[in-house]
Design a protein around this ligand. Structure first.
Ligand SMILES: [Zn+2]
Length: 267
């Protein structure tokens, strides 16, 4: 599932490629992807509009059109945005630009969502989002954990707690910080929280620099895979030796999600 670095990559690449372009045509193949508005109204409102700005909040991509209209893309499990000269496999909604290139919203499993609204900040799931991890200093980050009794790994993935972090980067950050994913958040020492903050920020920045992680269907807008995958240190490395201490990496279900960690390094 695309997380902060993947959606940020899409945002930066789309900004370079489609800013200021006009949407000439909208082709809706999978109606289920368009939420809370009929496909006809969606088309009639979007066709002819210029793209003014591309934004990201958490794992959500926002395309600002003219007249204060916003396209909100939630890629969920298997969504991707591919810019090309043809209709891509699994394209669910296709935007034809004035230069005839196609922005394909692809989703093999059709869990993704597109909305068209006039005030994106009022969307309930966006309003409820926690802070952006890259906007927090150490002190602000540590304060978030006060009084939180949840296990640290599912807590890091909770979008109301912190926006944009998912299964991959939560695990990588905890491995980097040497903190066991099942530790109760409010019992983690200040020095350890400082480490988690440092690790999370540096891993997210490095993953953005390498254009994301493609362990699943995530792709850059040109269809290429992200290049961070070989730098993952713990994710999907069950039974392989820990890169620090050679202890076999364990996998356990924590908060219902498969979680990889080193039982020796992470305490
Ligand atoms: Zn280890």
């Amino acid at each position: 599932m695309p997380e902060l670095p993947e959606v940020e990559t899409i945002k930066r690449q789309l900004t370079r490629e489609i800013l200021g372009k006009k949407i000439k045509e909208v082709i809706i193949i999978k109606k289920k992807l368009v939420k809370e508005i009929s496909p006809q109204i969606f088309k009639s409102k979007v066709v002819g509009k210029f793209i003014k700005e591309i934004l990201r909040r958490g794992k959500v991509l926002i395309i600002k059109l003219e007249e204060r209209l916003f396209l909100i893309f939630h890629l969920r499990i298997s969504g991707s945005l591919i810019l090309s000269n043809c209709k891509e496999d699994f394209a669910g909604v296709v935007f034809r630009l004035a230069d005839d290139r196609l922005l394909n919203f692809c989703d093999a499993r059709v869990f993704g969502e597109i909305r068209l609204i006039d005030d994106w900040q009022e969307l309930p799931f966006i309003k409820a989002m926690g802070p952006e991890p890259l906007d927090l200093n150490k002190k602000q980050f540590i304060k978030l954990f006060e009084g939180k009794k949840a296990k640290v790994k599912p807590l890091l993935m909770e979008q109301k707690f912190l926006a944009g972090v998912g299964n991959i980067y939560a695990q990588e950050s905890l491995f980097c910080a040497g903190v066991h994913p099942e530790r109760r958040a409010d019992k983690i020492k200040r020095g350890e929280l400082e480490k988690i903050h440092h690790c999370l920020v540096s891993i997210l920045k490095e993953a953005i620099k390498r254009k994301g992680t493609s362990v699943d269907t995530y792709r850059q807008i040109n269809g290429n895979k992200g290049k961070y995958t070989p730098f993952l240190k713990v994710y999907q490395r069950e039974n392989r030796p820990c890169l620090n201490c050679k202890t076999p990496i364990k996998r356990e279900l924590i908060g219902g999600r498969g979680t990889y960690f080193c039982p020796h390094c992470q305490r």
